[in-house]
Design a protein around this ligand. Structure first.
Ligand code: CMX
Length: 424
């Protein structure tokens, strides 16, 4: 942790100086105005959040620390976490250190399994993940440092340490949930010598295939962060701004990720693909797919995996998964349906003319790839997303601790006040 912490320490004076200067000398510079449609419309496009770890543009999609995600598809997730937090890719020594730091914390205390095994057998895996992360809060160094009246420096350092405890633990917890919830047997212990994603693949116990390991690595990289305004990141940020530790904050964000318009969409995507396969007894023709999609739209349902609140192009993370399927020559009905949908759905959505973005997002492809390797319990897919997204959330929280951000407290208005402003 020494190299990682010293990188953060180097960043600290610059960040604090920037904050002080911006607040003192430029605090009254106007960035934007807020329209009623934004107040009523989910605060869409209101630029009121600071996020340095990643950015998402409408025409390009995700950049992590200003590097396009498609240039990072060979990285390890630990290196991505290092990059998210420090703004630089790790050198060889830093790579070894962060990998070792994750590996050291891979085993979770026995009480985690007691808690998860005591839950009803039909609990949703996302509930189990949120509960598992909350239970791990007992290990928080941050809370202990805070209770002992620790300095601000001690607090951000404890946040860094807690983040690695949480991230390493969350993959073990997630893999254990997969096994407990779906009757696969006892949780598999982490294996010495494996890195984070290889260990996650190992603990799932789904496949020994080398390309499955690579898919898990890619999955963790691609879902790691998506700037600060999405439901899970923003929720976690708000909770952590009350000086709650990362376990409270990430668990809160996971509860938002569990929503069907956010992280649960990947489960819905595979359900949609499997329904199609069932309905047409295999891969439908283009015409059947077009008709089926129209029927769904006419009944008021969305097409899962298509559209985005920010993106207006094909999500590069979808492209990365699509390329993975091609590179590894993955062929089965679900993958073929996923590929066909990519050809048909944008046409249909454009013709319908409602969705601002007719192109696929990351969720359109991920499920069919996991399904191909035998990870077919789609209620688990959002858990996989959560394991990865915890990286972005922790790095964003760490940024705000370094930056000395205050508690979040926007102003709300009554409906009567809004109507009065509208002249109603
Ligand atoms: N299928 C059908 N209709 C869609 C659609 C889709 N995939 N995407 C958008 N629309 C509709 C919206 O429901 C909305 O209709 P109403 O005016 O009747 O309410 C209209 O098009 C305009 O919506 P929008 O401005 O284009 O999209 P939003 O920013 O409101 O919503 C999202 C974005 C992702 C919730 C939406 O596209 C959707 O529901 N997609 C399907 C679910 C999904 O794939 N979610 C994963 C998101 C990925 C992530 O969170 O990272």
């Amino acid at each position: 942790m020494e190299l990682f912490t010293s990188r953060l320490m180097e960043m600290l004076p610059g960040l604090r100086a920037d904050r002080a200067a911006l607040m003192k000398e430029h605090g009254d510079v106007q960035i934007a105005t807020v329209a009623i449609e934004q107040v009523l419309g989910g605060m869409r496009a209101v630029p009121a959040l600071l996020c340095d770890t990643s950015s998402v543009s409408a025409d390009e999609g995700l950049r992590i620390r200003n590097i396009p995600i498609l240039e990072l598809t060979d990285a390890t997730p630990e290196d991505i976490f290092f990059l998210l937090c420090t703004g630089s890719k790790p050198n060889a020594n830093e790579h070894d250190e962060i990998k070792h730091a994750f590996a050291k914390k891979a085993a979770v205390p026995e009480y985690i399994w007691d808690v998860l095994k005591a839950m009803p057998k039909d609990s949703h895996p996302m509930v189990m993940l949120s509960v598992g992360v909350m239970a791990l809060e007992r290990e928080s160094k941050y809370r202990r440092v805070y209770e002992e009246g620790g300095s601000k420096d001690a607090l951000w350092q404890a946040t860094a340490e807690d983040s690695i405890t949480l991230l390493s633990g969350i993959s073990t917890i997630a893999a254990g949930i997969y096994r407990i919830r779906f009757g696969k047997g006892d949780p598999i212990a982490p294996k010495a010598g494996l890195d984070w994603s290889a260990n996650f693949a190992h603990m799932l116990g789904v496949s020994d295939n080398e390309s499955f390991r690579d898919l898990i690595r890619l999955y963790l990289v691609l879902h790691s962060d998506h700037e600060g305004g999405n439901v899970s990141a923003m929720t976690s940020h708000v909770v952590s701004s009350a000086l709650s530790d990362v376990f409270y904050s990430v668990s809160a964000g996971l509860n938002g990720l569990a929503g069907p318009l956010h992280g649960l969409a990947n489960q819905e995507c595979l359900r949609f693909i499997l329904d199609l396969k069932h309905e047409f007894n295999g891969v439908p023709t283009d015409e059947q797919l077009r008709e089926y999609t129209w029927k769904r739209l006419s009944s008021g349902q969305v097409i899962p995996g298509y559209g985005h609140a920010v993106l207006r192009v094909t999500d590069p993370r979808f492209t990365a998964f699509h390329q993975f399927a091609e590179k590894h020559n993955l062929e089965d009905d679900t993958i073929q349906i996923m590929q066909k949908l990519f050809r048909i759905v944008p046409e249909v959505l454009k013709e319908q003319g409602k969705a601002k973005n007719p192109w696929p997002n990351v969720d359109a492809a991920s499920g069919s790839l996991l399904h191909h390797y035998g990870l077919q319990e789609f209620e688990f897919y959002t858990v996989m997303f959560g394991v990865s997204r915890a990286m972005g959330i922790c790095s964003q929280i760490l940024f705000h601790r370094l930056f000395n951000s205050p508690i979040v407290r926007p102003k709300s208005m009554t409906l009567a006040e809004v109507k009065k402003l509208a002249g109603m």
